[in-house]
Design a protein around this ligand. Structure first.
Ligand code: ADP
Ligand code: MG
Length: 353
């Protein structure tokens, strides 16, 4: 049977996150972004438990000559979910079809994609928490029994046809594990959580990317960029590119610690990696809501931002470094964040005299 290639995003699509970066960049810069991606598990920095887990699963599947189990990645944006999906396909020697939850509107969309997959091929669904209910239900039998039931005709003439699929591997990625229904989640054999990277791991990401970009950088400067990258490789790569520009214009092209610190301060990124949006978020809680608690919706309306952006991008890191806390009644700014932003402590300190 002739198969039409049915691919909703080409294999070299760098993924939605990098498109945000690339939107303002010329086409050559898009290629640069893509070229920074690790291609094998050996090149992938950090996330050791996840990498170890995947290595075992991939080795075992390859030895048995079987497709890999379905894999779910969850964690904040920019930590390497899309990268890992492509690495898995490479390590399995399989082609990968790239799509996303919102792109699959009708059952026909998903059935079309799945019926075009050969044995062992990978389908990557980004933002898998945004699948429509009907599409998700088709996935249940597709993932479990490698078949889908297609209903043809209407009323008394309606007939259900079972359509067999090849054994494919589904890789899902989401920033909101909590929004994935239990039946879908249970059908993934391998579930991996990606956490923020340490400064040392991010320094290794920066050093590797600088080498690929042919930019000289010393270890202290790499660590300086890493410390301000919010635990996130995508941010580290973006800051590196800004610092590289600055070094070329204001220096010799080499990145020194002073050049890095200078360039990033000018970018509005402070020593803890907070940018203007992080600071707007925190100062709004502190000044507008007396430190909180305040609900996410009210906060988003006050600073005129999307709740999704705050919940996905801003809050996970601020929670991680202890700058906000989440209570049943809303978000609160912690003492740590007050000190960092130069506000007096919220509670009266006991006086010594
Ligand atoms: N472990 C890693 N080592 C090196 N670079 C990484 C790593 N993880 C991610 N990156 C870089 O960060 C960028 C964002 O990763 P991506 O996989 O798109 O994140 P996500 O899909 O989780 O939003 C990629 O372009 C890649 O260059
Ligand atoms: Mg992604």
């Amino acid at each position: 049977m002739a198969r039409e290639p049915l691919i909703t995003g080409d294999v070299f699509d760098p993924g939605p996150g990098d498109e945000l970066d690339a939107a303002s960049a010329p086409p050559s810069e898009r290629e640069v972004l893509w070229s920074l991606r690790p291609r094998t598990l050996d090149e992938y920095i950090g996330q050791q438990p996840v990498v170890d887990n995947l290595r075992v699963a991939i080795t075992a599947a390859r030895r048995r000559g079987e497709p890999l189990d379905h894999v779910l990645f969850h964690g904040p944006p920019g930590l390497g979910k899309t990268t890992l999906a492509h690495i898995i396909a490479t390590e399995m020697g399989a082609t990968i079809t790239h799509t996303s939850g919102p792109a699959l509107e009708k059952p026909g969309d998903i059935v079309g994609l799945l019926s075009n997959l050969d044995q062992g091929e990978v389908i990557f669904i980004d933002e898998v928490h945004r699948l429509s209910h009907t599409v998700e239900e088709y996935l249940y039998s597709a993932m479990e029994d490698f078949s889908v039931d297609i209903v043809t005709g209407q009323g008394p003439k309606a007939r259900s046809l079972r359509y067999r699929l090849e054994h494919f591997t589904l890789i899902g990625a989401t920033t909101r594990a909590g929004l994935i229904s239990a039946p879908l989640r249970d059908r993934f054999g391998i579930v991996c959580h990606l956490d923020f990277y340490s400064d040392v791991e991010l320094a290794a990401v920066v050093t590797r990317s600088a080498r690929l970009l042919d930019t000289p950088i010393d270890d202290v400067a790499a660590l300086e960029i890493a410390k301000r990258a919010r635990g996130t490789p995508r941010v580290a790569n973006r800051l590196l590119r800004r610092v590289r520009d600055y070094a070329e214009v204001h220096g010799t092209g080499s990145i020194t610690p002073a050049i890095a610190a200078d360039a990033l301060t000018r970018e509005g990124v402070d020593e803890r990696g907070l940018d203007r949006l992080d600071r707007a978020y925190l100062t709004t809680i502190i000044e507008g809501y007396q430190g909180g608690p305040v609900g996410l919706e009210a906060l988003a309306a006050t600073i005129n931002e999307e709740t999704g952006l705050l919940a996905d991008v801003v809050e996970p890191f601020l929670l991680k470094i202890g700058f906000v806390s989440r209570t049943p009644t809303g978000r609160k700014a912690t003492e740590l964040s007050r000190v960092h932003l130069g506000y007096p402590p919220a509670v009266e300190q006991p006086r010594l005299l």
